[in-house]
Design a binder for this molecule. Structure first.
Ligand code: G3I
Length: 355
């Protein structure tokens, strides 16, 4: 669905710089080439249905992004009804937005420890019925979004928070610590063999957690698991050590599978006292963003599934809403007023090989 020849996107990049499209984007935005026009792969962004009612966010979203990930509406908790039926109405709002705007859609997420609906909990005493519902949910959901979702996060966050081991969940307890993943991947492959199937994880920049994750991937592949992509969420902080992103992308790419930078944001972190200026923190943020792009564009084209940013403007970030500190953080490419930040410019320059 995404086939942009070099000639095409260079042309569109130049066209964007020259265009006076009269878009409602403010002068600052017109001065920056849209992110989607400089990358040879999809540049995605998280979207919640409430975002559709925000004209400022919509202008920036449509101008800069070519792929959508539902931040919330395509999760099991909103699809699996207590009576065992599946309701796709909320997810379809996001999928329809992507189709209407000729954007790709990335499915997020089929199986997650944080989403354990009653329909499944109520079958905890009946393993075979539980397994049947698990299969039906995955097959029917992947089928429902077939020809719209170009890939799925089949498994989300299977490793413990700090990489202490594998995470305990309703899924691991009912189906087995590795088998719940192997079975989910097999069900997704049965429903739509052509769609890449990702295991998506956060904090893979931490060498210890990355080791546990990579050992798990190797273990699953040896058992024939139908993994066809690796998602590294990349919820990072400005103080992440220089080189950590480069090492992470290089290590994860060693399986030869497509890699998705799936949920990028670059937080100021939550130091009790941070005396650094906003300019200094934004400079660090830009440095991390540039390092990530430089590392990612070095991957072979077949492994460049895409890069997804987890929100548009700082105020849209999950890090600015409960249960997190609701003020002060500025983790995204556009500020609260929708103006481009050094992070955006650093990504654009890195894509164009300027920096
Ligand atoms: O839509 C309702 C709204 O009607 C209601 O008024 C409001 C207040 O209760 O809640 C709204 O739903 C919230 C939804 O985000 C949309 O804003 C849910 O309560 C809230 O739980 C949900 O949070 C999402 C969270 O995952 C849990 O699903 C965040 O948007 C989303 O950014 C976050 O994303 C996760 C990834 O899936 C996995 N990786 C970590 C990442 C950040 O936590």
């Amino acid at each position: 669905m995404y086939d942009l020849t070099r000639r095409t996107f260079v042309g569109s990049a130049l066209a964007c710089v020259a265009c006076s499209d009269g878009s409602t984007a403010n002068p600052v935005e017109r001065a920056t080439v849209p992110l989607r026009s400089v990358a040879p792969f999809p540049i995605g962004c998280a979207l919640n249905s409430a975002d559709l009612n925000d004209p400022g966010l919509m202008t920036l979203f449509k101008r800069n992004f070519s792929q959508v990930t539902a931040g919330y509406e395509m999760k099991m908790g909103l699809i699996a009804m207590r009576n065992g039926s599946f309701n796709y109405q909320r997810g379809d709002i996001i999928a329809d937005f992507a189709s209407q705007n000729k954007m790709d859609l990335h499915g997020h997420t089929l199986v997650w420890y944080k989403s354990e609906p009653d329909a499944f909990k109520n079958l905890a005493g009946n393993p075979s019925a539980f397994a049947d519902l698990y299969k039906r949910y995955i097959v029917e959901t992947v089928t429902h979004y077939r020809h719209r979702a170009r890939g799925w996060d089949v498994i989300n966050e299977p490793v413990m928070h700090k990489g202490e081991g594998m995470r305990d969940s309703l899924w691991s307890r009912m189906l087995g610590p590795d088998d719940y993943m192997i079975e989910a991947l097999a069900h997704a492959a049965e429903a739509a063999p052509e769609i890449p199937r990702f295991i998506n994880e956060y904090s893979l920049e931490e060498p210890g957690k990355r080791r546990i994750f990579m050992d798990m991937i190797e273990r699953l592949l040896k058992r024939g698991a139908k993994i066809s992509g690796i998602g590294t969420q990349t919820h990072i902080k400005i103080d992440l050590a220089k080189g950590a992103l480069t090492d992470t992308i290089k290590d994860l790419a060693s399986f030869g599978l497509p890699v998705h930078v799936s949920e990028l944001d670059i937080s100021y972190g939550h130091r009790r006292v941070d005396t650094r200026s906003d300019a200094d923190r934004q400079a660090l943020q830009a440095e991390r963003a540039a390092e990530l792009v430089h590392a990612y564009v070095k991957l072979p084209a077949k492994q460049q599934y895409g890069m997804t940013i987890w929100g548009v403007r700082d105020k849209d970030s999950w890090l600015r809403h409960a249960p997190f500190p609701t003020t002060g953080d500025a983790p995204l490419p556009f500020d609260d007023d929708g103006h481009a930040k050094p992070m955006l410019r650093a990504m654009l320059d890195a894509f164009r090989g300027v920096a």
